[in-house]
Design a protein around this ligand. Structure first.
Ligand SMILES: Cc1ncc(COP(=O)(O)O)c(C=O)c1O
Length: 377
C-alpha cells in the first residue's frame, strides 16, 4: 500500500509492483503468441523506470527524433520509428537510432528510402484499413479524411522496392475482439501485400492489462494469424497497456471557493497542464475516496491551478467535507500524463517518483523555475 503522506505534493508516483505486474503479463503474451511486443514511448517515457522495463521487454517505438534517441540512450536499443512526417533536417539522425522506420506516405518513403538503403534499417509503410471501433474522433486514426496511413486504393498490387513491412494503428483502449475484426479487414484490403513483406506491426491500443481483457483470446487471434502467414514477424506496440493503473497523481487542496453553492477545491495541479486527456477525451478520473455526486454529501469540483477558465472537472462527493491540506489522489495517472505535461502559466510541474517494491518512496526528480525558463527564451 502506498503511504501517500510520505510523498511530496504534487507528484506523479509510479507503483513499481503494479508496473511489474503489467510488464510480466505483456511478456507472457509475447512469449505465448511468439510475437514481439514493444513499448510505445508516446504513452510512457519515464526513463528512470526503463531499467525495470528492460527486465521484461527490450525494445520500444519512437514517434520523433527525441524518442528515437531516448530509445538508443536509455533502453540501449534502436527504435521502431514511425512519424507522420519526417523532415530533411532530422531524418538521418532518426535513422541512426532506428532499426525499423515506417513511412506515412509513398512520397515520404520515396524521398527518404534512398538515403538509408543498404544500411540495415528495415523500412515499412503505414496502411490505413479505414476501419476502427474507436468512438472518439480525436483518437480515431481511421476517421474519414484521416491523414494517417495509406489507403488500399492508393497502394496498388506491388509494394515499392525496399518496403519490408506494413504498419497499422487503428485501436485505442481496445479489446482482442476489436483486433480480430481489424485483422479481417486488413486481410481483405491488404492481404495480397502481406505476402510481399517480412513484418507486420499491429500498432497500439491493445489494452491487455485492463481487468476483464481476454488475454487468452488475444493469444489465439495472434496464433491463428501467424499460422496463416508464417513468414511474418508480428509486432505489437501498445503504450497505455504498460502503464495502465500503475500509479497516481498526488495533489493537495489549497483553497475551497464557493460560487452560488458550487464549491471548488483548488488544487496544486492542473487538468490542462498535468492531466490533459481529462479535458481532451474527455474523461472523469477516479479519486481515492471520491464518490459519484450524491445529494446530502459534501460535493466539489476539482479546480486546476492554471488560469484557464475550463481547468476544472466535476463533481465528486466525499463522506466528509474537504479541508485545506487534504490530499487528493487522482488514480491511473501514469500513461499519457507525464509525456503530455506543459508548464503553461509557469505552474509548478509535479515531481516524479516511484513507490518501490520494498514500500519506500524514491523521489526521482523535482521541477522548478529553470525548467520553465529553459523551454522559453
Ligand atoms: C502509431 C502508434 N503506435 C502506438 C500507439 C500506442 O497506443 P496505446 O497507448 O493506445 O496503446 C499510438 C498511440 O497513439 C500510435 O499512434
Amino acid at each position: 500500500m502506498i503511504q501517500y503522506n510520505q510523498i511530496p505534493s504534487p507528484c506523479f508516483v509510479l507503483n513499481e509492483r503494479k508496473f511489474r505486474e503489467n510488464l510480466a503479463l505483456i511478456r507472457s503474451v509475447s512469449e505465448a503468441a511468439k510475437v514481439e511486443i514493444i513499448l510505445a514511448f508516446k504513452a510512457f517515457a519515464m526513463w528512470s523506470a526503463f531499467p525495470i522495463v528492460k527486465k521484461y521487454i527490450q525494445t520500444s517505438t519512437a514517434s520523433s527524433l527525441a524518442e528515437a534517441r531516448l530509445a538508443f540512450e536509455e533502453m540501449g536499443n534502436k527504435a521502431h520509428t514511425y512519424a507522420p512526417a519526417y523532415t530533411d533536417k532530422e531524418f538521418m539522425e532518426i535513422a541512426q537510432y532506428s532499426s525499423h522506420i515506417s513511412f506515412n506516405s509513398i512520397a515520404q518513403f520515396q524521398k527518404f528510402y534512398p538515403k538509408i538503403a543498404g544500411q540495415n534499417i528495415s523500412c515499412g509503410l503505414r496502411i490505413n484499413p479505414e476501419f476502427s471501433g474507436v468512438g472518439t474522433d480525436l483518437y480515431n486514426p481511421c476517421s474519414p479524411g484521416s491523414r494517417l496511413g495509406i489507403l488500399a486504393e492508393n497502394l496498388g498490387n506491388k509494394l515499392p522496392e525496399g518496403v519490408e513491412g506494413l504498419h497499422f494503428h487503428t485501436l485505442c483502449e481496445s479489446n482482442s475482439f476489436d483486433l480480430e475484426k481489424t485483422l479481417l479487414v486488413v486481410e481483405k484490403k491488404f492481404g495480397h501485400l502481406l505476402i510481399q513483406v517480412k513484418w507486420l506491426n499491429m500498432g497500439g491500443g491493445h489494452l491487455m492489462t485492463r481487468k476483464g481483457y481476454n488475454v487468452e483470446h488475444l493469444i489465439q487471434v495472434l496464433q491463428a494469424f501467424k499460422a496463416k502467414y508464417p513468414h511474418l514477424h508480428i509486432i505489437l506496440e501498445p503504450g497505455s497497456a504498460f502503464a495502465w493503473e500503475t500509479g497516481d497523481l498526488v495533489a493537495t487542496v489549497q483553497d475551497i471557493v464557493d460560487n452560488k453553492g458550487v464549491k471548488t477545491a483548488m488544487l496544486d495541479v492542473s487538468f490542462s497542464c498535468h492531466m490533459p486527456d481529462c479535458l481532451e477525451m474527455p474523461y472523469k478520473p477516479a479519486i481515492i475516496g471520491g464518490l459519484e455526486p450524491q445529494v446530502g454529501l459534501p460535493t466539489y469540483r476539482m479546480g486546476g491551478n492554471s488560469c484557464l477558465a475550463g481547468d476544472f472537472y466535476g463533481d465528486w462527493s466525499f463522506e466528509k467535507p474537504l479541508q485545506i491540506g487534504d490530499l487528493i489522489i487522482f488514480q491511473d495517472m501514469i500513461h499519457y500524463t507525464m509525456v503530455k505535461t506543459t508548464m503553461f502559466n509557469g505552474v509548478t510541474h509535479p515531481a516524479i517518483g516511484i513507490w518501490t517494491l520494498d514500500n519506500k518512496f524514491k523521489l526521482i526528480r523535482e521541477f522548478g523555475y529553470a525548467d520553465f525558463k529553459g523551454r522559453l527564451s
